[in-house]
Design a protein around this ligand. Structure first.
Ligand code: GTQ
Length: 348
């Protein structure tokens, strides 16, 4: 049951007006709006088409270089949250373009970032002295306060989806950022070092974790996809998710990033998922296949590289045309740690 707002009388109005200059407000006049019986998100269901985003980014590349822009990104702004640089209430997302020969200069900030690679024949990102080569579907992490720069020595444009915890850092007023003063940091770690050290179901003996983020910073798509492909044979479909796997930090089994939870999900041919809702507004990026989803009954059609959003506590049903693979991201790791995460499965 929702809290009721007591009716206003002239005496009560006069009282509210009298406390207003003292920077006070009566709880009973606002309580129903701030402690709601269910989430009341301003975030709206929406899909961004890759073709449109890509076309506008290529247009932008004639107007500004990656270097001048610092990062040439078009922010995906939720239509219910315009002007706030948010794709959901708690997360920022944008699509970044690096043209052949360009660099996005080295900098670092308090915000954590993930890159989900949408188009790349070998774009490069350097994190803390180690380079990684980016291929379609790779999930790349830039942990908070680590130097990072991006480059493209290929003949073709390189594009990826950025997801950052910008609104969360903003909420805590905890943002710091600085440029390195050089375009590219020194590459002093051999390529593939992190994956070898931490991504082979082993850890260097005596390894002690130094940050809450996973020490693996590229989870290559071919490996993640192969796991799903092999698991398909078990036919253990979750009615709401098909086959959904969580990217983990191998040091402690937690999510790969402290603020953003990421998953890779396979929806088998012919499946229509059971209705599902959760408190973590979720962004989806179809990697393979096409399909449609209903979000509180609103139909969203999708294909590879599109991005769509299911707001908090909105019921979602997915229906792929054939087999489909989706990348998903949300703020679930934080909600779980705060005891806030809730989900409802089926028609409950
Ligand atoms: O690549 O470092 O989309 O600093 C927004 C801010 C990307 C980045 C964004 C950033 C970056």
């Amino acid at each position: 049951m929702a809290f009721e707002t007591p009716s206003e009388t002239p005496e009560r109005r006069a009282f509210y007006d009298s406390i207003d200059p003292e920077n006070m407000t009566a709880l009973w006049s606002v309580m129903a709006g701030i402690i709601t019986p269910e989430p009341t998100s301003g975030c709206k269901p929406h899909a961004w088409r890759y073709d449109t985003v890509r076309e506008k980014l290529i247009e932008a590349s004639a107007l500004i270089s990656a270097k001048e822009a610092e990062r040439r990104v078009l922010i995906l702004e939720n239509p219910g949250l315009r002007g706030q640089s948010r794709i959901t209430t708690s997360l920022y997302a944008g699509v970044q373009l690096v043209m052949p020969g360009e660099v996005a200069p080295a900098h670092r900030h308090s915000q954590s970032a993930l890159r989900f690679v949408l188009e790349s024949a070998g774009g490069e990102t350097v994190v803390n002295g180690e380079v990684t080569n980016m291929q379609y579907g790779d999930f790349v992490i830039t942990p908070h306060w680590q130097w990072h720069d991006h480059g493209n020595d290929t003949q073709d444009p390189v594009l990826w989806l950025d997801v950052l915890d910008i609104p969360i850092v903003q909420f805590f007023d905890a943002s710091f950022a600085e440029g390195m003063g050089e375009d590219q940091q020194k590459r002093d770690t051999p390529e593939g070092d992190s994956l070898a050290r931490y991504g082979a179901n082993m850890l260097p003996l005596g390894y002690e974790k130094s940050t809450p983020a996973s020490p693996i910073f590229n989870y290559p798509y071919d490996r993640s996809r192969e796991a799903l492909e092999r698991m398909k044979a078990a036919r253990e479909w979750d009615p709401c998710h098909g086959l959904k796997m969580r990217y983990v930090n191998p040091v402690n089994g937690d999510w790969a990033m402290p603020t953003v939870g990421t998953c890779l999900q396979l929806l088998p041919k012919g499946m229509k998922t059971a209705p599902y809702k959760s408190t973590d507004a979720t962004g989806f990026v179809p990697v393979e296949g096409r399909g449609r989803s209903w979000v509180n009954g609103q139909e969203i059609t999708w294909g590879p590289r599109d991005v769509f959003v299911v707001p908090s506590w909105h019921e979602v049903v997915h229906e792929p045309e054939g087999e489909a693979v989706l990348f998903a991201f949300s703020d679930r790791p934080i909600q779980e740690k705060l005891g806030l995460f809730r989900e409802a499965r089926g028609n409950a």
